[in-house]
Design a protein around this ligand. Structure first.
Ligand SMILES: Cc1ncc(C[n+]2csc(CCOP(=O)(O)OP(=O)(O)O)c2C)c(N)n1
Ligand SMILES: [Mg+2]
Length: 822
């Protein structure tokens, strides 16, 4: 516990200086002759061969993009191709020492990384292992193509498989490594330890850290390499990832079995440019990228610049750094200096750099230089090297022909199966635990103080005496969430939770109180204030095979994790061709009372994003059941919780919240009050506002409202709502989200189309005002109030006899507000 780390004012207030060590820059100086002790003849040739493969692969794509032809084979590829011509030594050097247990994550320019890592894996794996991987991948359909008429050994076959699988992916073919759904910038192949490459540059910065956490927490073999471009060193996820990766707690607070630095290398492929912006000298201030490791931790991230134009220098650096990681002294930062000869993309006119500069780098081209050195050191002669190039060219031609043949390499057939992509958006599995081993816990669950205290609570809001139960005796909504979570912690050994103040504090709103006593540090820990990385690391953890709960303290902070929530979490299952699962639950607490930046309901924003399951329970029974479903599933869930009702008791499920396990399926709304005169559909805590409105309708206007609690936003089954409207003919929808762009408008549109014939009036949406959320004292003017619902019904659905409106819901007012954008 941090309490054991006494902060002594006498110590921390002492004067002194921070000293920095020297950061090595291009210190490798060995020749091939020197290295003959370390590398065999075959090793040297392999390094050359792998570089040539990458060069020719990229040259082929370049030709296809700019001329529509490679060696007489014509093809039009409309999609992207960010090529790494010039960077081959850096790619091959990075991958050379990595095993299949070592995972790489990369960026939009990763063809070379995929090939280098794949070739390294093929070299290391036995023929049996390779056959097993190739025959099982997509039922062997990728292998079948290259196997036909192939003559040669398994390793050569595997190289064909690797190149074909990658190219087919780039050309959006179903045999591609991700069924053609990832494409050039996202392709990857996990059996060789190649994890997602990211078109959102820097996006892997925090996701890769999640991979390292997965390795560390679950004691898995291997390290993680986060390959990042130099210009992306300015990205938030990269910095947040580095902060997350270098937390003191790994070395100071985690238990013996898990103590030590994270196994991750942040490897910057420093080609010295973004697209056209020059990093050192223009867009960054570090002069030498390796400097940025200096300030991160006392180890200075073991930072170093290495000459990425010499494959042996990169191999040497990775070997040394891997050792540091194995000694549990990570994280590490490498500045692998290189240069991209090709444009950022084939249409790039290189207007931002001079011809002299490109020529200067061509003069020291890594493949030519290394080839010359091999000849000089009598490892190979020119004819042998030329033969390698010739063979590789032949391989590219053969692979290209196979890949562009629509019969041999078809695309996903969206005519035959219009839902082929739809089916991949979610994995929809029900999995109790992601791995079968004993979970690490500190005490038996029955001994947990909160579990014990919950046994004494009343699980329904009315006690046996018929009176409302006092707050201290009441089983609350936060308890429902807690019960589902602690139960899963004792079932699934991979389950972990992190976020701000998650441990001793008890989670921001006491949902986690009691978990600290139950769980060791590596299963529940405080994160830095890095909302991007809180979600990003969870994504990496999930895609590597673990289950995780990330917490965002206030919904308003979702913006800080925007890329992770919008572009990463929802996308990777489908973009992988369903190769990976994403069992990640993001708990998001929706505030109140704290004004404009702490009280916004942004559930509509995430419901808009394809690939997320979104729910917003409003009762303890629903919260527990939905959390159980979220934690049994394998899909990303955004789980909204309202701070207004964390302490509310169960008012609907008359037998109270069950102590045992049960699930509530996503997408099923629930009738919370039966009625026949009007349907009111609510999301989140607005349920209770609607209940008050229903009481007014009953008392004053003799109307029975049927209240439906949406519970989930996506997926959403409309049947119950339509059945209700068939009965009532009227519907009003309300939530605390600002009215404009609210998800309720989407529901209203669907209802209009699906139940038009049954409606007496158009569906009416009552949301919050399109303002800033004002101070608590003004909230009644901002959030929907029971009277607003009555006024809106009176104005827009059915005149209520004798009703006098207080709030203006007329058409004119609607027009006026919209015209002003308020
Ligand atoms: C978040 C984000 N911003 C901008 C882009 C557009 N973009 C694509 S590549 C690139 C340059 C990236 O430079 P660097 O990180 O050095 O990688 P390199 O392209 O040099 O390999 C930019 C700005 C993007 N894809 N993602
Ligand atoms: Mg760059």
């Amino acid at each position: 516990m941090p309490k054991v780390q006494f902060i002594d004012p006498k110590e921390v207030r002492k004067p002194g200086f921070i000293a920095f060590e020297k950061i090595p820059v291009n210190q490798y100086s060995k020749t091939i002759e020197d290295e003959k002790k370390k590398f065999t003849h075959d090793d040297f040739i392999r390094i050359y061969h792998d570089m040539v493969i990458i060069r020719e692969f990229e040259t082929m794509l370049n030709q296809i993009k700019i001329a529509g032809d490679y060696k007489g084979i014509a093809y039009n590829h409309p999609g992207p191709a960010h090529l790494g011509i010039g960077q081959e030594a850096a790619f091959v050097g990075m991958a050379y020492n990595l095993t299949v247990d070592d995972f790489i994550f990369g960026s939009h320019r990763s063809h070379g990384e995929i090939l280098a890592k794949g070739l390294s894996a093929i070299h290391q794996l036995s023929e049996d292992q390779l056959m097993k991987i190739m025959t099982s991948f997509f039922g062997g359909s990728t292998l079948k193509v290259v196997e036909k008429e192939f003559k040669g050994g398994t390793k050569a076959l595997a190289i064909n498989f690797l190149i074909y699988g990658t190219l087919a992916e780039i050309f959006a073919r179903e045999n591609g490594f991700n069924k053609g759904l990832g494409g050039s910038m996202h392709a990857f192949f996990t059996p060789f330890g190649v994890y997602p490459n990211n078109a959102i540059v820097g996006g892997s910065g925090d996701i890769a850290v999640g991979g390292a956490l997965y390795k560390k927490i679950n004691n898995k073999k291997g390290i993680i390499v986060a390959n990042i471009g130099d210009a992306s060193s300015g990205c938030g996820p990269v910095w947040e990832g580095m902060m997350f990766a270098s937390m003191d707690q790994y070395k100071k607070l985690w238990d013996e079995g898990h103590k030590g630095g994270l196994p991750i290398i942040f490897n910057f492929f420093n080609n010295q440019y973004g697209m056209g912006g020059q990093t050192s000298g223009e867009t960054m201030g570090y002069e030498i990228l390796a400097r940025i490791g200096a300030g991160v931790n006392p180890d200075m991230m073991h930072s170093e610049r290495v000459d990425g134009y010499n494959p042996l220098a990169v191999i040497d650096a990775f070997q040394r750094k891997k050792k540091i990681i194995e000694e549990k002294k990570g994280p590490v930062l490498l500045d692998t200096l290189t240069y991209r000869i090709s444009g950022h993309s084939p249409s790039d006119a290189s207007s931002y750099r001079s011809k002299e500069e490109i020529d200067a780098w061509l003069l020291c081209d890594s493949i030519n230089t290394f080839g010359d050195d091999l000849i000089k050191a009598r490892v190979a002669n020119k004819a042998q090297l030329d033969q390698i190039k010739e063979e590789v060219t032949g391989l590219m031609m053969k692979t290209l022909k196979l890949t562009i043949d629509d019969t041999i390499s078809p695309r996903l057939d969206l005519i035959k199966d219009p839902d082929a992509i739809g089916k991949m958006m979610f994995s929809n599995q029900s999995v109790e635990k992601m791995e079968d081993r004993k979970p690490d816990v500190l005490i038996p669950m029955e001994e947990n103080p909160r579990v014990k205290s919950l046994k004494t609570k009343e699980r329904y809001y009315i006690g046996k005496d018929g009176k409302p139960v006092s707050k201290t005796k009441l089983f609350q909504l936060r308890d429902g969430i807690f019960e589902a979570i602690i139960d899963r912690f004792y079932k699934d050994p991979t389950l972990v939770a992190w976020g701000e103040e998650n441990r001793d504090w008890g989670g921001a709103f006491a949902v986690y109180r009691g978990l600290t006593e139950a769980l060791p540090y590596h299963r529940l820990f405080n994160s830095p204030i890095s909302e991007g990385a809180i979600v990003g690391t969870a994504i990496g953890y999930g895609m590597c095979g673990g289950r995780v709960i990330a917490e965002i303290m206030y919904c308003d902070f979702l913006g800080r994790s925007g890329d992770e929530v919008f572009n990463q979490l929802p996308k990777w299952q489908a973009m992988s061709g369903n190769v990976i699962k994403m069992p990640v639950v993001v708990r998001v607490s929706v505030g109140s009372k704290y004004g404009a930046q702490h009280s916004q309901d942004w559930s509509s924003l995430v419901a808009h994003i394809p690939g997320l399951k979104v729910c917003f329970p409003a009762t303890p029974y629903d919260a527990k059941g939905l959390m159980n479903s979220a934690l049994q599933g394998t899909d990303p869930v955004i789980f909204f919780e309202s701070q207004r009702i964390y302490d509310i008791g169960e008012m609907f499920h008359e037998s109270g919240v069950p102590e045992g396990y049960y699930e509530i399926p996503f997408g099923e709304p629930d009738i919370k009050r039966k009625g026949k005169d009007i349907t009111i559909l609510t999301i989140g805590s607005t349920l209770y506002t609607a209940l008050k409105a229903a009481e007014i309708l009953k008392q004053k206007y003799n109307m029975e409202a049927e209240i439906i609690d949406a519970r989930s936003l996506s997926p959403f089954n409309y049947n119950l709502v339509i059945e209700s409207i068939k009965k009532t003919g009227k519907v009003l929808l309300s939530s605390d989200a600002c009215e404009r762009g609210s998800f309720l408008n989407d529901i209203a549109r669907n209802i209009t189309e699906l139940a038009f014939d049954y409606l007496d009036a158009p569906p009416v949406v009552v949301g919050s005002r399109n303002w800033i959320t004002p101070a608590y004292e003004h909230e009644e003017f901002f959030f929907p109030q029971p009277e607003w619902l009555i006024d809106a019904i009176h104005e827009k659905i059915i005149p209520l006899k004798g009703h006098t409106v207080k709030n203006n819901f007329t058409m004119n007012e609607q027009l006026r507000r919209n015209k002003l954008g308020i």
